[in-house]
Write a protein that binds this ligand. Structure first.
Ligand SMILES: Cc1cc2nc3c(=O)[nH]c(=O)nc-3n(C[C@H](O)[C@H](O)[C@H](O)COP(=O)(O)O)c2cc1C
Length: 229
C-alpha cells in the first residue's frame, strides 16, 4: 500500500509566481514547485494547476516572475496569494511590488530573492502544466531566511489547498480530526484554527457563528477546528 507520509519528506521552498494577462490584470499565486533545472543556460521550472488564473496569465504573456518568500511571511499574505483567485481579488492592491522590464508585477514584500523568466517550454501533466523558463534576470531582495515548506507546516501551521501539486487529502481530514481531541478545552483558552489557511481566531467557546467567514481565505465555520491557545 502506498504510504502517503513519504511525500511529506520531500523538501521545498515557498514562492509567489506572478505574471500579467492579456487584459493587463496582475496575477500571482503561491507555489512550492519552483526549482532550478539547468545552470547553462539558467533555466527553472514550476508546476502550475490548470485552474489557476496565474497559469493563463503566464501562457498569455510568455513570462513569469518568482519571489522567494522569507520565514516571516504572514499567513495573511499566503492566504491572499495561495487561496484566492487573481481575477476576483486584486492580490497586489495591498502588497509592495515593482514592475519588471517586461511589465510584470514582482512581489517585493517578504522577498528574499526574485527571478524574471521567459517561458521556453511546457509539459502537460494532467491537472498541472510544468512551465520551463529561461532566467532573464535574478536579484537578491533581502537577507532573511527563506521559508521552507516544512517550516510553513510545522511552525506556522499552514495548510495546502487542493490545487497545489503536493496536496494530500488525508492532511486536511487529519487536521479537522483534532476537533474531537480538543473538545474539552476550557473556556478561557478556547480558539479556532482555519484548517484551510491556518488563520487563528480566539474565543467563541460555544462554536463559531454560522455566518463566520475566515478573513484570510473566506471559508465557513465548518472548516475551523477547535484549539487550545
Ligand atoms: C503552500 C501552498 C503551496 C502551493 N503550491 C502550488 C503549486 O506548486 N502549484 C500550483 O499551481 N498551485 C499551488 N498552490 C495553490 C495556489 O497558490 C492557489 O490555487 C491560488 O489561489 C491560485 O491563484 P490564482 O487562481 O490567482 O492563480 C499552493 C498554495 C499553497 C498555500
Amino acid at each position: 500500500m502506498m504510504d502517503l507520509a513519504a511525500f511529506h519528506s520531500i523538501s521545498y521552498g515557498l514562492y509567489v509566481v506572478s505574471s500579467v494577462n492579456d487584459e493587463g490584470r496582475k496575477c500571482g499565486c503561491v507555489v512550492n514547485t519552483f526549482q532550478q533545472v539547468t545552470n547553462e543556460p539558467l533555466q527553472v521550472s514550476v508546476a502550475l494547476n490548470k485552474e489557476n488564473v496565474t497559469l493563463a496569465a503566464v501562457l498569455e504573456s510568455g513570462r513569469y516572475c518568482v519571489t522567494v518568500l522569507d520565514q516571516e511571511t504572514p499567513l495573511e499574505l499566503i492566504g491572499v496569494f495561495g487561496f484566492r483567485n487573481s481575477i476576483e481579488t486584486d492580490k497586489f492592491a495591498d502588497a509592495a511590488f515593482e514592475v519588471d522590464a517586461a511589465g510584470l508585477p514582482l512581489l517585493l514584500e517578504h522577498g528574499v530573492a526574485a527571478f524574471c523568466c521567459s517561458v521556453v517550454g511546457t509539459v502537460d501533466m494532467g491537472t498541472h502544466l510544468v512551465v520551463f523558463g529561461q532566467v532573464d534576470d535574478a536579484k537578491v531582495l533581502g537577507k532573511a531566511e527563506p521559508l521552507t515548506y516544512a517550516y510553513y507546516h510545522a511552525v506556522k501551521r499552514g495548510k495546502t489547498p487542493p490545487k497545489a501539486s503536493s496536496y494530500i487529502a488525508d492532511e486536511a481530514q487529519g487536521a479537522s480530526g483534532a476537533l474531537a481531541d480538543d473538545a474539552e478545552t476550557t473556556v478561557a483558552k478556547c480558539g479556532w484554527r482555519c484548517t484551510v489557511c491556518g488563520y487563528i481566531v480566539e474565543g467563541y467557546p460555544d462554536g463559531l457563528p454560522e455566518d463566520f467567514r475566515c478573513p484570510v481565505c473566506g471559508v465557513g465555520p465548518e472548516m475551523f477546528e477547535r484549539i487550545t491557545l
